[in-house]
Ligand binder design. Structure first.
Ligand code: S3P
Length: 168
């Protein structure tokens, strides 16, 4: 299998964006973040889109932009935590699961970062969502990395794995 793109999946706040930026830099690939693209294209924050148009509309945007993005090759793409649950990740994507425990995620996120995420406002519900989703993340992943350590500690594991694969 020759992969067109690297796609990072995982729960909110697991570090996909930070990992993606760093990997893209090291691999000399372009970094793309689906949430940022949605916000730029819509001219609204994720919170505003959820409030004004609803979650279902947001999910349709995720599917649209992941489809569009993957028409191109050679990118490292960070997805929102719900994208692999609600959308189909196009074939020929090397899917990497950034696997952090819920408690670790909560500790990592500042209040400001939590406030940006409508589905993290109620911690008990977010924990339920986390447990609902983890199996799907595992099933979809070509590779899973234990992300309970600092990013600098595990990023080289992903880097080495990607170099062993054939990603354009
Ligand atoms: C969501 C995750 C968020 C963002 C939106 C919904 C989710 O992205 O797409 O708030 O359903 O898990 P991050 O995973 O980057 O926080």
């Amino acid at each position: 299998m020759v992969y067109d793109n690297v796609v990072l999946i995982g729960f909110m706040g697991s570090g996909k964006t930070t990992v993606g930026k760093s990997l893209a830099r090291q691999l000399h690939k372009k970094f793309m973040d689906v949430d940022t693209i949605i916000e730029n294209e819509q001219g609204s924050s994720i919170t505003e889109i959820f409030e004004d148009k609803g979650e279902e509309y947001f999910r349709s945007l995720e599917q649209k932009y992941i489809n569009e993005l993957t028409q191109k090759k050679g990118q490292v793409i960070a997805t929102g935590g719900g994208l692999p649950i609600h959308s189909v990740i196009p074939e020929k994507s090397l899917v990497i699961y950034i696997d952090a425990d819920f408690d670790v995620i909560l500790k990592r996120l500042s209040t400001k970062e939590r406030d940006k995420r409508p589905l993290l406002q109620d911690v008990a519900r977010a924990k339920g969502l986390y447990h609902e989703r983890v199996n799907t993340y595992k099933e979809l992943a070509d590779f899973r990395v234990d992300a309970n350590q600092s990013i600098q500690t595990f990023i080289h594991v992903i880097f080495d794995y990607i170099l062993d694969q054939r990603v354009l």
